[in-house]
Design a protein around this ligand. Structure first.
Ligand SMILES: Cc1ncc(COP(=O)(O)O)c(C=O)c1O
Ligand SMILES: [Zn+2]
Length: 401
């Protein structure tokens, strides 16, 4: 294992990583740091040739020490699909979609859960608790079930119904709150203070990011260690975009990719766009978004704890932040399904709406290589598609199409 310590990106305090630890004393999330010089010497690209196609192939850049602690459900190495029908119609010569809908539990949250739960198991954790907008709860419940850890999950009562069911079927404690994820977070915070449970809230433990950064590592590997020009990411708590940026920086430091970084784009819904607002105002932190509301439920995070890290990733890569309307998201979801056969989650579909805006404004050039992150399967959001098929009687005939 190459982890050297945990580090605060705000005040640069350092902590050792062998105890369960949450935020820095200054209140900031902590990041896992590796001895990258040692990784550079000990980890060669060719080692990957003989490794399985899952995210643990990058174990030198992951925080789990012993293989016996790895909780594995098949996570990682999702396909990077060229959108050959849709791309040219919209003016792109190289538009790709990385499809996280094909991962255990149906969303990219499985990556954070796989690494977060494996490390919690390694640290001897018996009970953990977290607020969630739904998908992370489903993933963490599943991985905790496999790890033998008791999970307590609190989600807004408006979260997708399927998320309740996946949490319940995995035997986790499930609670709904008449409010937002921020309200769920307060309830979880009180229980943690009282019972001493492990706090698995977004960015309040350092290991979830490590799982999510593997999306960045995979994109680099799938393009033969040449990063694309633009990566568009649907942003709620921001762990995905922060992770991708962190993973790519680490690849630079171990010499696996060159100086070029993709421009990172954060997409949010106009119903909840604190990061976009902060970016437009050139601020380094966001402010709480009042009365937030969007069908892309994973994006309904009125104020992310790691907002300064999201904004830093965007500024450092000359990226952008774009807000899109819910109706555009639903239109984009239909387009990807009709042209490419992929039923995206609304959060994932939002990346296409953003790409359309950005090529129209010429911020993306037609010949640039652009990656959309579809963070989950549309099958988890059946209510986003309305159908009224004709009801036939057994003796009826179909008309010609
Ligand atoms: C499907 C989906 N996409 C995107 C997000 C936003 O994720 P992040 O916290 O990485 O910004 C979520 C969060 O709940 C989600 O469920
Ligand atoms: Zn600090």
């Amino acid at each position: 294992m190459y982890v050297s310590h945990l580090e605060c990106p705000k005040c640069a305090s350092t902590y050792q990583s062998e105890q369960p630890i949450h935020l820095c004393r200054c209140g900031s999330p902590l990041l896992v740091r590796y001895d990258l010089k040692k990784v550079r010497r000990g980890f060669r690209k060719k080692a990957l040739n003989s490794r399985k196609e899952n995210l643990w192939r990058y174990r030198e850049l992951l925080p789990v020490k012993k293989e016996e602690n790895v909780v594995f459900l098949g996570e990682g190495m999702t396909p990077l699909l060229p959108l050959k029908n849709l791309g040219p119609k919209l003016g792109f010569s190289s538009l790709y979609l990385k499809d996280e809908g094909l991962i255990p539990t149906g969303t990219f949250k499985a990556r954070g859960a796989a690494v977060g739960v494996s490390r919690a198991k390694e640290l001897g954790i018996k009970v953990l608790a977290m607020p969630t907008n739904g998908n992370a709860g489903g993933s963490w419940a599943a991985y905790c079930a496999k790890a033998g850890i008791k999970a307590v999950i609190v989600m807004p009562k408006d979260a997708p119904i399927i998320n309740r069911k996946e949490v319940a079927v995995a035997g986790a404690g499930l609670y709904l709150v008449d409010g937002l994820i921020s309200d769920a977070g307060k309830i979880v915070g009180r229980a943690i203070a009282e019972y001493g449970w492990y706090d698995a809230s977004t960015l309040k433990e350092p290991y979830r990011i490590e799982g999510k950064k593997t999306m960045g590592l995979e994109i680099a590997e799938q393009f033969g260690w040449e990063v694309p020009d633009v990566i568009i990411y649907p942003t709620g708590g921001g762990v995905g975009i922060i992770g991708i940026y962190k993973g790519l920086k680490e690849l630079q430091e171990i010499g696996w990719i060159g100086e070029k970084m993709p421009r990172l784009v954060s997409v949010q819904s106009t119903g909840c766009a604190p990061v976009v607002k902060a970016w437009e105002e050139k601020k380094s932190e966001s402010t709480f978004w009042e009365n937030s509301n969007t069908i892309a439920f994973g994006l309904n995070v009125p104020k992310a704890l790691g907002d300064f890290l999201i904004l830093d990733a965007i500024y450092q890569t000359n990226g952008s932040a774009v807000a899109v309307e819910d109706e555009e998201i639903l239109r984009a979801q239909q387009m990807v399904a009709k042209e490419e056969g992929i039923f995206c989650c609304p959060e994932g579909a939002a990346t296409l709406s953003a790409a359309i805006q950005l090529i129209k404004s010429n911020w993306i050039k037609p010949n640039e290589k652009v990656v959309l992150l579809n963070t989950g399967t549309g099958l988890k959001y059946p209510e986003t598609v309305h159908t009224e098929p004709p009801l036939l009687q057994p003796e009826d005939h179909l008309s010609r199409v």
